[in-house]
Design a protein around this ligand. Structure first.
Ligand code: ADE
Length: 243
């Protein structure tokens, strides 16, 4: 059977570090000004990459993973601001779908609709997301599954978060979390027909203390979460896709 390579896209270097230390036969390849790490993780061929920050940077990384490295599935790990009513710092959200909260080509297209795609949301792969959710549960973390909103903005004020959620709700969108890359990667994976799953550890509540909570959480906690969950996920891939 041809090995099916999995891309593991991390938002933060801290999240990638543990995976990199466990990578067997690591080989670094540079493309598009980015480092890609090829190797085996628990018997699965993987490529590790950093998404960088924001929708365009993440889309470039995802496209390179697909075009230059031929990955056949993509999983994303990062942190996010919790906006769902009971989504707390330290919880984990596995995305079912993504919306871009800063997409607005109205009145030409309805607000939030991605022009020429005739849709407002991109869905994640059901099987891959179920595997990821199982890995989150196995670690004993509090899991939420649902919509995530992405945009090129770090949401760092309660009022800003309220307005953003109010506008989304008016169009029928109730996100659990906000971040800056997922919807772009979901769109690229949709374009290529590549299964995609994403998890976000909640680092802050996207409110007035977000700028303090975020760096503290990133250095102290996020890396441990990502490593434990992704290792369990990759072990699960061995059952789903034996090499
Ligand atoms: N990632 C983590 N926290 C975030 C926030 N508050 N806004 C956008 N992206 C984030």
């Amino acid at each position: 059977m041809t090995p099916r390579t999995t891309a593991i896209l991390s938002a933060l270097a801290e999240e990638q570090q543990g995976l990199l230390e466990r990578l067997q036969q690591p080989r670094r390849v540079t493309r598009a000004g980015r480092d890609f790490w090829l190797g085996d993780l628990h018997g699965q061929p993987v490529v590790l990459a950093l998404s960088r920050i924001g929708k365009v940077a993440a889309a470039t990384t995802a496209t390179t993973l697909i075009e230059a490295f031929g990955v056949q599935r993509l999983v994303f790990t990062g942190v996010a601001g919790g906006v769902g009513p009971d989504v707390r710092v330290g919880d984990v959200v596995v995305a079912s779908e993504f919306v871009q909260h800063d997409m607005d080509a109205s009145p030409i297209f309805p607000r939030y609709q991605i022009p020429l795609y005739d849709r407002e949301r991109f869905a994640c792969d059901v099987d891959l997301s179920a595997l990821l959710s199982g890995a989150v549960r196995a670690g004993g973390y509090t899991l939420h599954q649902g919509l995530i909103a992405s945009g090129d903005r770090f949401v760092s004020a309660a009022e800003e978060s309220r307005l953003l959620q109010e506008a989304l709700a008016a169009a029928g969108h109730a996100p659990l979390a906000v971040e800056m890359e997922g919807a772009a990667v979901a769109q690229v994976c949709f374009d290529y027909g590549i299964p995609f799953a994403a998890m976000r550890t909640i680092s802050d509540r996207a409110d007035d203390t977000a700028h303090v909570d975020f760096p503290k959480f990133v250095t102290e906690v996020a890396s441990r979460y990502a490593l434990a969950i992704i290792e369990e996920f990759v072990r699960g891939l061995n059952t789903m896709h034996p090499t």
